[in-house]
Design a protein around this ligand. Structure first.
Ligand code: SF4
Length: 329
């Protein structure tokens, strides 16, 4: 009976959090509530849509760690965690009574880990959390291309079915400039390959990454890659020159001229306008903290309405104004 009363109080507590109108407050409280009983090697990042997922660090840092605009894992030396540590984390979360619906494997590109580590991790997750619905991971095109189709299929059969790919731009000149390490063709091949093996693909593009000089080719080429790959999910981030990064130094030296708020909106509008999504429905979101205003919908059905909203925002945004970098970046 006491257990029943406690459970009722718990349900009521969670219900109250869900009913909070302020989304950030709601997320903050839920984050606190779902805080797992394991220690992470900070900093830890996850996609916005994985905010309720249990995070398990499979690798530390990023195996590429060279993209000039990115400072996420510069403080970390890349390594694959020992499998016994990964398993111990999963077991601790299970013993603490966690029942995650989704799990996200960190850090920067955990899909690059060797197959035996990935498979053992997924098997351990299924042993402790047989009800888990989906497991997600950040991936680079390199990670995908270096695995065989058979290997990707094996991972997908073990519920690793969500891959977040940082396309950033579909333009080779820009990808080379930011030392992304892959070409647009690599991105297309990797996207199609992982989708064919049962993964859902979430592609991320960066507004303003090429600066004013390459804006037009960024729009054209990014729309082309999106049209060819038709990811299930697609989102935009806004590029900010983060102090300490090579990208920031290029901006300071005048080699990259950042876009104004109005120009960033025009890029978003034009990429969406020029993209054709005709193979599957694409869930589109531009709700990252770096984006000035959140917008989203399902493509292509909401495309006209989204473009209309963007046109209105472009009209309302004064020229010559630059976006402010969010404090949390
Ligand atoms: S691959 Fe991703 S995490 Fe790694 S350096 Fe590039 S942007 Fe950063």
């Amino acid at each position: 009976m006491i257990r029943y009363i406690k459970d009722l109080a718990l349900v009521e507590f969670i219900y109250k959090i869900y009913r909070l109108e302020n989304e950030w407050e709601r997320r903050y409280l839920l984050d606190m509530f779902f805080t797992p009983p394991i220690e992470y090697e900070p900093p830890v990042y996850r996609p916005p849509s994985e905010w309720r997922s249990l995070l398990i660090q499979l690798t530390i840092g990023c195996s590429n760690n060279k993209c000039t605009y990115c400072d996420m894992y510069r403080s970390k030396t890349y390594k694959v965690r020992p499998i016994q540590d990964i398993k111990a984390d999963i077991a601790k979360c299970a013993r603490a009574g966690m029942q995650p619906e989704k799990i996200f494997l960190c850090d920067g590109d955990a899909l690059g880990a060797p197959m035996d580590i990935l498979e053992e991790t997924l098997d351990c997750i299924h042993e402790f959390f047989p009800e888990v619905r989906r497991i997600g991971v950040y991936a680079t095109a390199e990670n995908i291309l270096e695995k065989t189709s058979e290997q990707l299929k094996t991972l997908a059969q073990k519920k690793l079915t969500m891959a977040y790919l940082g396309l950033e731009s579909g333009d080779d000149k820009i990808l080379h400039m930011v030392v992304k390490g892959n070409t647009a063709q690599d991105m297309i091949e990797a996207s199609l390959k992982i989708k064919e093996q049962g993964f859902k693909l979430s592609t991320i593009a960066m507004l303003g990454i090429g600066g004013k000089k390459y804006s037009e080719q960024h729009i054209r080429a990014t729309a082309e890659v999106l049209s060819q790959t038709n990811p299930e999910y697609f989102s935009f981030l806004t590029t900010f020159a983060i102090p300490g990064t090579p990208y920031h130094r290029m901006v300071e030296r005048g080699l990259i001229e950042p876009l104004t708020s109005k120009e960033l909106l025009i890029e978003m509008h034009d990429i969406l306008e020029q993209s054709t999504f005709d193979l599957n429905k694409v869930i589109f979101r531009a709700n990252h903290v770096s984006n000035a205003k959140p917008i989203g919908g399902i493509l292509p059905q909401d495309k006209a309405q989204i473009l209309e909203t963007l046109k209105l925002w472009i009209k309302q945004t004064p020229a010559g104004v630059y976006p402010k970098m969010p404090a949390s970046m």
